[in-house]
Design a protein around this ligand. Sequence first.
Ligand code: SF4
Length: 490
Amino acid sequence: MTEKCGVVGVSLDGRDAARPLYYALYALQHRGQESAGIVTHDGFQQHSHVEMGLVGDAFGEDDLDALSGAAGIGHVRYPTAGSVDSSCAQPFSVSFKSGSLGLSHNGNLVNADEIRDELAAAGHAFTSDGDTEVIAHDLARNLLEEDLVRAVKHTMGRIHGSYSLTITHDDTVLGVRDPQGNRPLCIGELEDGYMLASESAAIDTLDGDLVRDVRPGELVVLQEDGEGFDSYQLVDNEHTAHCFFEHVYFARPDSVIDETLVYEARRNLGRELWDESGVETDVVMPVPDSGRAFASGYADAASETTADGEPRDADDDGVEFAEGLMKNRYVGRTFIMPTQDERERAVRLKLNPIKSTIEGKTVTVIDDSIVRGTTSTQLVQLLKDCGAEEVHVRIGAPAIVAPCYMGIDMATRDELIAADKSTAEIRDEIAADSLAYLSTDAVADVLGKERIDLCLGCVTGEYPYDIDGEETDRDVSRPEVGGQQLPADD
Ligand code: SF4
């Protein structure tokens, strides 16, 4: 699974924004490795540099020097909607009669095609098949007739889906979060300005302070003198639909989302996992690095109570936490595996078991998800080959039964092992002695939310947006798009 994008925006008092944006993008590199880009505005002119590749490869000193201006946005991307080439790399930038616009988008619209068709019929020429350009054109059209705040509001009334956006309109930087707040976006205060970022780790990188999350349905406009920001609550929604997988998997553990440190949320999910389905084994070990925080919480809870929920005796230490799998960090995404035999060897190249920790022991291995099941099957086999007497698998999230339409590259239903198999069938397929997932209720409890305020689409098959051919979990429908008029002014 890969998160699709990270976005950032910076408005400073006089200092060029390019380098702070560049460092912030470094902090968000885990959210997208396909392309990186920055758009700045110096008060007269917009500047843009967008390249395929990692942040470190996409920018040289000269590129950063050429990006003048104290206002700017940045983006790291792994493609979702749109093709995998530079035409969809972001920020998207364009000059209209209404001024210049730059857009960085994290998320995925589910009605982009309808709006694109309507705008194309009205004469808008599109250069990419991505949904971000659709937002840019819609906003530009509204800006011809309205001020910035109204134009954004009208575009929000037409687009349906998941979006956290950072935008430059000339040298004004804005941030927008969709009315259900599916993807994260937060505000940070710097010594000489303000910033917006997908995750607070980017604010930390610039020695800033996290102010707060952008609220679902809110437009935040950073003041051009770097003195503050203005807030406009443009759309109110009864319920949110935060992506619970941000906490489980995508976000950096050192980021704070919804006032909770992601690492702590993962540890608490691990504690719940022990309470729901703990099994007494000699050792518990994480799949590095994704399972580490879960395993640490799980082992902590196991040191306090038995698997039956009884307090431990004073001389009973519970389950030992051990790092029994070592990760080779140098196996890249482009690793070529031409034959089935070599594919099966892949897990061995990525993970090396420590025999002395495993041999003759009963082992619980903890991870955050099972997608296709291939890695889990190989992992269980690897541990058994190493002499594990029993291998129990525990997952710190519910089973993934359906794809994501909101900007996560997960897998199709055909590829998801849990789409048509029960937990017992998956256990047999991966040849584990037992397998358990965390319940959706436990996830909601740990995140301090009602289930209806989370997106649980990929684990329930019911989505918080109106998606063709899929069920919804709430009363939601996409806006009517059609005709050439702007929505009625209010
Ligand atoms: S479907 Fe799953 S991954 Fe996608 S937004 Fe919802 S919770 Fe997140």
